[in-house]
Design a protein around this ligand. Structure first.
Ligand code: CP
Ligand code: NVA
Length: 319
């Protein structure tokens, strides 16, 4: 059988740039890298591998970031490469240079470009002009690296995806979109419970449904939070107001209250269900402190898995 990772796409801009087989193989590699790192740390050995030796990876952030910035930076370093973290404010991008020109220029210096930006059109423009792989580190439409770490975390706990479901409760946003697509690719059923008017993008839902029809998963979108989580193996929350939507924060705060993840909401899930959140979290808004700081929460494993999943991605996309 051919190795699905032998034929990686040019870029990773959307979860659907990968096949289900590629996602599964990346998760396997991420698990391996995680185990190897733990062993080396325990033995007091150097963590570094030479996979990206001599390679520089530029990271452009047009929005704030803690996890993505640090996990990518550490991932590149631990693979033996050189990470270059850049904010748009310190680039000519902040003074109006086009994102396409930025991509073309950086391609002359570096071996990969990781980008966090606003519209998906911006990363598409950058990738079209770049001659090196481009990775989506969050756009308004998707957060595909997050979804890889989320699936890795889900699989660590539940052992697989077949016949299992994850319920996302809250705003139908970038994180929801990548979960819908990546979940469908690996055969994990995704249910979304959202307030009226704040659902996921209809085209993404349709795309996820088409993929799910092939992989045996199901996609459910409802405005009833209890129906969404009923019998689910994981409940996932994200902020009610994403970066760039700050002017809607007040109205969202009122509309989203019935979608807060509480212990009561979790009482409707399957035995052994876990709580997930991409972080940063707002305790008392989308999730209670009792839930996020409680025994079913795996949010810090998710944050850690960003490192392992992105190492697996970079090691295969850039070599
Ligand atoms: N989850 C996530 O992407 O976090 P950051 O915004 O801190 O990178
Ligand atoms: N949906 C959130 C995710 C942050 C990691 C946002 O886009 O701000």
């Amino acid at each position: 059988m051919t190795d699905p990772l032998a034929q990686m796409p040019d870029h990773f801009l959307s979860s659907t740039d990968l096949t289900g087989e590629q996602v599964t193989a990346l998760l396997d590699l991420a698990d391996e890298l995680k185990a190897e790192r733990a062993q080396r740390v325990a033995a007091g050995e150097r963590i570094e591998r030479g996979t990206l030796a001599g390679k520089t990876v530029a990271m452009i952030f047009e929005k704030p970031s803690t996890r993505t910035r640090v996990s990518f930076q550490v991932a590149v370093s631990e693979l033996g490469g050189h990470p270059l973290s850049l904010s748009s404010a310190e680039l000519q991008l902040g003074r109006g240079e086009t994102i396409a020109d930025t991509g073309a220029v950086l391609s002359r210096y570096v071996h990969g470009i990781v980008v966090r930006t606003f519209g998906q059109d911006r990363i598409d423009d950058l990738a079209a002009a770049a001659t090196v792989p481009v990775v989506n580190a969050l756009t308004d439409l998707e957060h595909p690296c997050q979804a890889l770490a989320d699936l890795q975390t889900f699989r660590e706990v539940h052992g697989g995806f077949e016949g299992r479901s994850l319920a996302y409760v809250g705003d139908g946003n970038n994180v929801t979109h990548s979960l819908l697509l990546a979940g469908a690719l690996v055969g994990l059923s995704i249910r979304v419970g959202h307030p009226e008017g704040y659902g996921p993008d209809a085209a993404i839902v349709e795309q996820a449904q088409q993929i799910a029809a092939r992989t045996g998963a199901s996609i459910t979108v409802t405005t009833d939070p209890v129906a969404a989580v009923d019998g689910a193996d994981a409940v996932y929350a994200d902020v009610w107001t994403s970066m760039g939507q700050e002017n809607q924060a007040e109205e969202r705060l009122e509309r989203f209250v019935p979608y807060r993840v509480t212990s009561e909401l979790l009482s409707h899930t399957a035995d052994g269900a876990i709580f997930l959140h991409c972080l940063p979290a707002h305790r008392g808004e989308e999730v209670t402190a009792e839930v996020i700081d409680g025994p079913t929460s795996h949010v810090f494993d998710q944050a850690e898995n960003r490192l392992h999943a992105q190492k697996a991605l970079l090691a295969t996309l850039l070599t």
